[in-house]
Design a protein around this ligand. Structure first.
Ligand SMILES: Cc1cc2nc3c(=O)[nH]c(=O)nc-3n(C[C@H](O)[C@H](O)[C@H](O)COP(=O)(O)OP(=O)(O)OC[C@H]3O[C@@H](n4cnc5c(N)ncnc54)[C@H](O)[C@@H]3O)c2cc1C
Length: 491
């Protein structure tokens, strides 16, 4: 490689700044990195609930947990509580971490199903440390108590600002301005700003959000629409003052035409109501959100449109899309920031320094498509498994056609209690099991290894596991008190 490669990142939302921070930290010595963002357009301003993979990514780019959490008002997240999904009044948890302990022959839930058949064993959730810790409103990290699998709730605006500090510290140049034109000669040559400034580059990263200015509008990568499987297309969002201590989990509460989230931060609560415009008007959605939130409303509610689907090619020519520009499923299960992080990790691993990159781009695109498709199936699962029939929205959801891949998975679990995690798939066996059991799927048959153990032994093993979880939870501090000590947000 002879000279420094010029990388231009279009967009300064979470995707743009995560990409800039990582490229700057890891490859800054051989790259000239410029990020362009427009204050006039702003960022989407949501994306405040993460999953545990964020921790590994933060370590990769040298983010100090306590400092980052204090600066972004972050709280800890141990999972998501789903309310009113299976039926109105139901509640289940999709927690991080492991539920019980399985063996090489089968996952833990197979033993639990055996116990249930014989009338003991309690709730599946009683075997998951993260779930019980979340329900108890407790938390501990940094060598305090048992090791928990956790993620963060964070303030999206403050997070982008924090990442900007990391990126600029690693030599990334920031340009404020509106991109008006993309100059191409096959590949992209330069981005021309309204000010007339022309920014040339060798590689262009499209982080312009749903606009997909480079990959879609300029490079013409088509969009594969998944709205037939994902029934929502809008969200109305606001922030409220906290009325109590921050709980260490996200709430996802279904309503008649979608669901709403509640994300507790240290200094406020993030709220959003997701819906399908075909079934609920914007005004009705706004009113529904405002009547549901607790605490003083801090900002005027804002409506966001989104479309589920992905670009046929995330990488085309010398343009790579990361974040919403490349695809989006929907906010349930909070996977979008994770998708940004794995795309950036792959970009670091597959960086096109020189030569023909056609094969590299194909590999990148195949992986990006697979990531999104697997997440799509997991999210569709929550809708299709509903037993609600109180509205047209839910009646449609429970009877809609679903991807074959998902149909086969549900049948496998319903018939034989088998769940699996394939290859680089994000969601683990425990995740599939928690949602399927949580939404009322009762497997017809299960593995008989629990029966072979004999009732007395099975009972003993399960009692011991539950007792161990309860003992561990009791050693942990209260979440709010831990936050105040570990990473207080300056007020
Ligand atoms: C309703 C909803 C809820 C969500 N909740 C979650 C969640 O809980 N967890 C999660 O992980 N993800 C969530 N997401 C996704 C998450 O918000 C995004 O993945 C994340 O914010 C990254 O967005 P982005 O940076 O790709 O786009 P954006 O934030 O939209 O940033 C785009 C950037 O491009 C710039 N730009 C655009 N056009 C131009 C132009 N012409 N010239 C110059 N600059 C330009 C903008 O100024 C901005 O800086 C949610 C998304 C939605 C829609």
């Amino acid at each position: 490689m002879s000279e420094r490669r010029r990388v231009v990142i279009a967009g300064g939302g979470t995707s743009g700044w995560l990409t800039a921070a990582a490229l700057g930290q890891q490859l800054g010595s051989v790259l000239d990195i410029t990020l362009i963002e427009s204050d006039e357009i702003g960022t989407i301003g949501v994306g405040e609930s993460t999953i545990p993979t964020a921790r590994a990514f933060h370590r990769l780019i040298g983010i100090d947990e306590q400092r980052f959490m204090a600066e972004t008002g972050a709280s800890f997240k141990l999972g998501i509580a789903f309310e009113d999904w299976g039926r109105v009044g139901d509640r289940y948890f999709h927690a991080f971490g492991e539920t019980g302990r399985g063996t090489w022959m089968g996952a833990f839930h197979q033993f639990w199903l055996q116990a249930r058949e014989q009338g003991f064993g309690g709730d599946l959730g009683a075997y998951c440390l993260e779930l019980q810790t979340a329900e108890a409103g407790r938390f501990g990290a940094g060598g305090q108590g048992p090791e928990l699998s956790y993620a963060y709730h964070l303030d999206a605006g403050l997070y982008a600002r924090h990442l900007r500090g990391v990126a600029e510290g690693a030599g990334v140049r920031r340009v404020e301005g509106l991109i008006e034109r993309v100059e191409r000669d096959g590949d992209i040559q330069a981005l021309v700003l309204r000010s007339g400034e022309r920014i040339e580059g060798d590689l262009f990263i499209d982080c312009t959000g749903f606009r997909a200015l480079l990959i879609g509008q300029a490079m013409g990568a088509a969009f594969v629409d998944w709205s037939e499987w994902l029934p929502t297309d809008s969200a109305v969002v606001t922030q409220t003052r906290a009325v109590g201590p921050a709980v260490p989990y996200t709430r996802a509460i279904a309503h008649g035409e979608g669901w709403r989230w509640q994300i507790p931060l240290q200094h406020r609560v993030g709220n959003g109501l997701v819906y399908d415009r075909a079934h609920l008007s914007d005004d009705e959605a706004r009113a529904r959100l405002l009547s549901a939130v607790e605490g003083e409303v801090l900002i005027e509610p804002r409506t966001i449109r989104f479309k589920a689907g992905r670009r046929t090619q995330a990488w085309r020519g010398n343009c790579i899309s990361i974040g919403l520009a490349g695809g989006f499923v929907e906010p349930l299960e909070s996977t979008a920031i994770h998708l940004v992080m794995i795309a950036v990790t792959r970009l670091l691993q597959m960086f096109p320094f020189d030569g023909d990159c056609t094969a590299l781009a194909k590999r990148f695109n195949d992986q990006a498509a697979a990531d999104l498709e697997r997440i799509r199936d997991f999210i569709v699962l929550h809708y299709v498994l509903t037993e609600r029939d109180d509205t047209a929205f839910w009646r449609r959801a429970r009877t809609m056609a679903i991807p074959d891949t998902l149909r086969e998975r549900i049948a496998l679990f319903r018939d034989n209690a088998m769940a699996y995690q394939e290859g680089e798939e994000l969601f683990r066996v425990d995740s599939w099991v928690q949602v399927m059991i949580g939404q009322g799927v009762v497997p017809r048959h299960h593995h008989r290894m629990g029966a072979i153990m004999g009732e007395a032994r099975l009972r003993q093993v399960l009692d011991d596991m539950r007792a161990q979880v309860a003992r561990q939870v009791a050693t942990l501090p209260v979440h709010q008190a831990f936050l105040e000590r570990y990473c207080p947000y300056p007020r």
